[in-house]
Design a protein around this ligand. Structure first.
Ligand SMILES: NC(=O)c1ccc[n+]([C@@H]2O[C@H](COP(=O)([O-])OP(=O)(O)OC[C@H]3O[C@@H](n4cnc5c(N)ncnc54)[C@H](O)[C@@H]3O)[C@@H](O)[C@H]2O)c1
Length: 444
């Protein structure tokens, strides 16, 4: 394929050299004439292990060259990849000046060439940027795709060959198809999704990486103060691929509760305080959880309705454990605000409860047990607002019986709520394939 690459910094130089190595014809473009001259004399404009040799070999082969002229590059390519910087402004806001300029230039140049053309945004941008900034500047008929970069400086040549995935966001298959050809030799799943999801996934990935680093550092500090080897602890922790390094607990939903997480986190915070160890990240978990609880409460109160039906009381579906259930706190707050609350949860039948759970209900929340209702139909009939406290069959049955004027607050954010109906619709469009040959539809 013939590709023009705008921006010859870390991402652009590596992408240009690696695509040339894969057999494509690449034209690099930069506003900095020194970087352009360096490429044309076979030198790498950035320091990156292996890149100098690769650039030299690709320029010698004739598959890689560079120019400052946008028209020349666009004329000789079918795909333009935008790899210019998106730095922070002083207030943290993303600075899109370089993107805007390059898109304007490419947009003008494309008008002067007849063939179909695809513009691929590889720079990191916030969701909505492509639709708001790129699309209006490009002439009709130009396909647009977002293709975030997942390489790490220092190992970027190897990362280019084997990224965690090739992520492509686009609204039409025509935009994805040149990218399937472009990355045919890359050993990674090809993930095609919407533009906004692709844009956001890059930020989520970087935020998560940053979170992991800070988490490990704070755990290290705590371990050291407690006389435990932090490396051995983390190595042991990493052995659990079922709950620790896995998809578990990584679904947007509601606040956590239950008999373990809150109490164990409290014990850890206490020992950190006692040992004078600062753990700002770990200390922010409880406030974050509280915030989720408040969001749920606010969603119900803002309806200004008083008759509330709650489906699911335990901290997660399929359990009768009510200890520190955030739904119990939600119910208590609503009662305090003068709401009438009825609760349906067949897992929580007082007669069948024993031990700590029964003691908890009888001693701590006797007022809650009196609100329990055996009949889901009656609960739905009488409620003005239905709160989905745990996802599952009961929630589905409750929603199936809802009247249009009833308000549903689904704190679980399960596939049942309206937001998640939208999400499910997008997910049915997401295609993950090991290679272009075997696309597989992913559905919830
Ligand atoms: N560096 C990384 O490891 C990395 C990894 C993944 C994603 N990203 C993202 O990729 C993007 C590029 O990052 P980078 O580190 O390569 O940036 P960089 O600052 O190293 O390079 C940007 C290049 O774009 C050029 N440029 C600016 N305006 C231009 C224009 N109008 N036309 C042509 N060229 C222009 C600059 O001269 C510079 O050479 C950013 O959005 C960044 O967040 C970076």
């Amino acid at each position: 394929m013939r590709i023009s690459i705008f921006g010859l910094g870390y991402v652009g130089s590596v992408t240009a050299a690696c695509l040339a190595r894969a057999g494509h014809e690449v034209f690099g473009v930069d506003v900095n004439p020194d970087k352009v001259a360096m490429i044309n004399t076979g030198e790498s404009p950035v320091i990156e292990p292996g890149l100098a040799d690769l650039v030299e070999a690709m320029v010698t082969s004739g598959r890689l060259k560079a120019t400052v002229c946008v028209d020349e590059a666009v004329k000789h390519s079918d795909v333009a990849m935008i790899c210019v910087g998106t730095p922070s402004s002083r207030n943290g806001q993303i600075d899109l000046a370089a993107i805007e300029r390059v898109v304007e230039d490419v947009g003008c140049a494309v008008k002067r060439r007849p063939h179909p053309f695809t513009v691929v945004l590889r720079s990191t941008v916030l969701p909505g940027t492509t639709e708001r900034v790129l699309a209006p500047m490009l002439p009709d008929g130009v396909s647009i795709a977002v293709n975030p970069e997942f390489m790490r400086e220092g190992t970027s040549l190897a990362d280019f060959e084997h990224p965690p995935m090739t992520l492509v966001g686009c609204d039409a298959d025509e935009a994805a198809s040149p990218l399937r050809t472009l990355y045919a030799k890359v050993g990674a799943p090809f993930v095609q999704t919407s533009i906004k999801v692709a844009e956001m996934t890059k930020y989520v990935s970087n935020a998560f990486h940053a979170l992991k680093i800070c988490f490990a550092n704070e755990i290290g500090d705590l371990c050291e103060s407690l006389g435990v080897d932090p490396h051995e602890v983390i190595q042991t922790f990493l052995l659990d691929r079922k709950l620790n390094i896995s998809e578990a607990y990584l679904r947007p939903g509601f606040a956590f509760g239950g008999s373990c997480l809150p109490k164990d986190l409290r014990a850890l915070m206490y020992v950190a305080r006692k040992s004078d160890v600062q753990v700002p990240l770990l200390s922010s978990i409880d406030p974050s959880n509280e915030h989720q609880l408040r969001r749920g409460i606010e969603a119900v109160l803002s309806s200004r309705k008083k008759r509330i039906g709650v489906v699911g009381l335990a901290f997660k579906s399929g359990t009768d454990d009510l200890r520190e259930s955030p739904i119990v706190t939600l119910v208590e707050t609503l009662l305090g605000k003068g709401c009438t609350v009825r609760i349906f949860d067949p897992n929580v039948r007082l007669a069948a409860l024993v031990g700590a759970n029964r003691r908890y209900i009888e001693k701590e929340i006797p007022h809650i047990s009196s609100l329990m209702c055996d009949d889901l139909h009656t609960l739905v009939e009488e409620a003005e607002v239905i709160v989905i406290g745990s996802a599952g069959d009961d929630a589905a049955r409750a929603l199936a019986h809802c009247r249009p004027e009833q308000i549903v607050v689904d704190v679980t954010r399960s596939a049942l709520s309206s937001v998640h109906r939208a999400r499910a619709a997008y997910e049915s469009k997401m295609i993950v394939s090991a290679g272009a040959a075997s696309p597989r539809e992913i559905r919830e």
